[in-house]
Design a protein around this ligand. Structure first.
Ligand SMILES: [Zn+2]
Length: 260
């Protein structure tokens, strides 16, 4: 499932060609992915040029000259893919943006959980969808204040998209592993020092994941993410990683380092 790092990589990818040419037409191949009124979507996008992008968590917004935004949310299997007129349309294309230059941008989505939408205001959208501040933009003090006010397990709180958008399951596990914090510790019981450490590790894990464009096999040796598929061992002490369930989510940890 595309998480914050993948979607940031997608954002950088679309920016390589998005602004070059106006939209000639939009073509919808599967109605299921279109969450806005299709006629209105067509009317507001055709003839427009894209002028900027913004990512919040796993949501990619692309702004048009008329200040409206086209939103791509990738669901389980979605991705953007550019191709030229003479090339074969990518498999599982659900919506195609045709540019006047002949370039096309496909919203590819095999399992159809993704969606495309026309958004008037990002702030309004965030409110309506209870979407928090992007996890890479949240401040240390807002982060600490939020965790200190929650009694749920720290792992569960890190996944609250209404607080910090974009922290997915493996990211939360990796952060707590790096911070040497047990995922079941109640968030409000964490010390100031622990909260600072979790914040720093969250920023570090996200930045590395974005830099590596979410290619997990290129992650640093001390990351556990590579080990979490199969019978992984702790990259620090070599012990077998333990799998537990926290708040309904599969969770990996090393009991040696994450004792408390
Ligand atoms: Zn270990």
């Amino acid at each position: 499932m595309p998480e914050l790092p993948e979607v940031e990589a997608y954002r950088m990818y679309v920016e390589t060609a998005l602004f070059e040419s106006p939209i000639q037409k939009v073509e919808l191949l599967r109605e299921k992915v279109m969450k806005s009124d299709w006629k209105e979507f067509k009317k507001q996008t055709e003839g427009q040029r894209f002028i900027s992008t913004k990512r919040i968590g796993k949501y990619l917004f692309m702004q048009l000259e008329n200040k409206k935004w086209v939103l791509f949310h990738f669901g389980m299997t979605g991705k953007p893919e550019f191709y030229q007129s003479k090339e074969v349309q990518p498999k599982h294309s659900r919506l195609i943006i045709h540019f006047e230059s002949g370039l096309k941008l496909s919203f590819v989505c095999m399992r159809l959980f993704g969606r495309v939408e026309l958004v008037n205001s990002i702030e309004q959208y965030q409110k309506e969808h209870k979407l928090g501040i992007d996890a890479l933009e949240v401040s240390q003090s807002d982060f600490s204040d939020y965790l200190s006010s929650r009694k749920a397990a720290v792992k569960t709180v890190l996944l609250h998209q209404n607080a910090f958008a974009g922290v997915g399951n493996w990211i939360a596990d990796e952060v707590l592993f790096q911070s040497e914090i047990h995922p079941e510790i109640r968030a409000h019981k964490l010390t100031k020092k622990q909260l600072e450490r979790i914040y720093d590790d969250l920023q570090e894990v996200l930045k590395i994941a974005v830099q590596k464009q979410a290619n997990y096999h290129e992650f640093p040796e001390h990351f556990m993410v590579k080990e979490r598929w199969g019978d992984g061992n702790c990259p620090k002490c070599g012990e077998e990683l333990k799998r537990i369930v926290v708040g309904g989510r599969g969770t990996y940890l090393c009991e040696n380092e994450q004792a408390g």
